[in-house]
Ligand binder design. Structure first.
Ligand SMILES: [Zn+2]
Length: 426
């Protein structure tokens, strides 16, 4: 496939170059060449599909580092409660009714929403991840999936929870789909005993997997942890050896200076979830002070969408309010958090996150003439602060997943009809 004469290519390479009027040659799912067609004549075969991109802006596919995709079916069920009330009164009672079909259809709906707003990869934590994986596979997206684990400090449950998670991990490994990767996902220190956290660590070590959990999301989580375990959540995880693994923490709002120093010394990634955190009145992540930062939406039940362009804008604005400083969080850095830094957080920076020769072709195509992108004084500024997210096309590993604003791999209208039926059981 040849993306011919791309008006702008936002490479997100080391120099953060923005190329103009260049071609991108894609073969076997990878970017093989970036340049001018005449210079790469030798690489062109008759089979190559030529796509005129003279009116397109090409961006790396965005990476959503914290989702509960199937919860797309819970959009709008609870809008005005804090995290504890929201979970206890409105979310967990509904989640007792969900099944594999719910998770499949909900994830497919989420995938549609992510793809139509330029996201090509997501990092998910939920139930029935075998069904989540099926939906991700169908959509064509890249993803990281973990079976959410909590024992609510009931030691009798711990062993079985770990066994279930391991069996889900094996199922995903057996899929042999390189786009779908297992992770280990203990829910949070609020819901997991020390033993479950330790066994999660060992499970992640055993398969060399990423550990993904909620961390210091609310003030209550920190005060409860201090009261019951004598330590703040991050220090507890450090003492239990979880931070020695590949670790990624969602939210990361309530840190003291010692914890921020620990995070920055060790380069653990924190996933900034500005919209969800603001909506649940959980607080504001000290994102500006953190060296390793990626971004996520959290679930639609607390966001209430998965549009990373909206998340980036809100992410900058919240930092400016938190620090009362216009230099808090640059436009480029928030764009990095949704692209190359997101890839780094998931350990796939050699494959995706930027448009460079040899990397996988995970790309978003945007109409240059989109009303929100004109006039074009500063393209990154327009993308972060103004663009509505309506990309025209999405390519994942060299294959179209969105073509001319239509989902390629499933029928969205049919899906919307199907998911409406779930309202009756929720
Ligand atoms: Zn979450």
């Amino acid at each position: 496939m040849l993306l011919r004469n791309c008006r702008f290519i936002i490479t997100q390479n080391q120099k953060r170059e923005i190329l103009e009027n260049k071609d991108i040659l894609i073969e076997n799912g990878k970017v093989m060449e970036i340049g001018n067609v005449t210079e790469m004549g030798n690489n062109l075969s008759k089979k190559d599909e030529f796509i005129d991109c003279s009116d397109k802006i090409i961006i790396p596919g965005l990476i959503n580092c914290h989702t509960h995709a199937a919860m797309n079916l819970l959009r709008g069920v609870s809008d005005d409660k804090n995290l504890q009330e929201w979970l206890n009164e409105d979310i967990w009672p509904r989640e007792t009714k969900i099944n594999g079909e719910f998770c499949y259809q909900g994830t497919l709906l989420a995938a549609g929403e992510m793809l139509l707003t330029g996201t090509t990869c997501f990092n998910d934590m939920y139930f029935h991840i075998g069904d989540v994986a099926r939906a991700a596979d169908k959509s064509g997206m890249r993803c990281f999936l973990g079976q959410v684990m909590f024992d609510f400090f009931d030691g009798e449950k711990t062993k079985k929870i770990i066994e279930d998670s391991e069996s889900e991990i094996k199922k995903i490994i057996d899929l042999k789909n390189e786009r779908i990767n297992p992770t280990v996902t203990p829910h949070s220190v609020e819901t997991c005993s020390d033993e479950l956290l330790i066994q999660s660590r060992d499970l992640a070590n055993k398969y060399n997997l990423l550990l993904h959990m909620h961390l210091s999301e609310t003030e209550k989580e920190v005060t409860d942890c201090l009261k019951n375990r004598g330590k703040r959540p991050l220090i507890l995880l450090d003492d239990l050896g979880l931070l020695k693994n590949k670790f990624i923490g969602a939210h990361g709002i309530h840190f003291n200076q010692e914890e921020i120093n620990l995070l920055n010394q060790n380069k653990f990634f924190i996933i900034y979830n500005p919209c969800s955190n603001a909506k649940l009145a959980s607080g504001i992540c000290p994102a500006w002070e953190l060296k390793s930062l990626c971004i996520g939406t959290d679930s639609v039940a607390s966001n209430n969408n998965l549009n990373l362009f909206e998340e980036m804008k809100f992410g900058v604005l919240l930092q400016r309010v938190k620090y009362n400083d216009v230099s808090a969080m640059s436009t480029q850095r928030i764009f990095d958090s949704a692209t190359i830094e997101g890839a780094r957080a998931l350990g796939i920076e050699n494959d995706v996150g930027s448009i460079e020769i040899g990397k996988k072709a995970d790309l978003g195509l945007i109409d240059k003439d989109n009303i929100f992108l004109n006039p074009n004084h500063n393209i990154i500024s327009n993308l972060v602060y103004s663009f509505n997210g309506a990309v025209s096309d999405v390519i994942v590993e060299g294959e179209f997943a969105v073509r001319n604003k239509e989902i390629v791999n499933f029928d969205l209208e049919e899906l919307i009809e199907k998911v409406e039926k779930f309202r009756e059981i929720l």
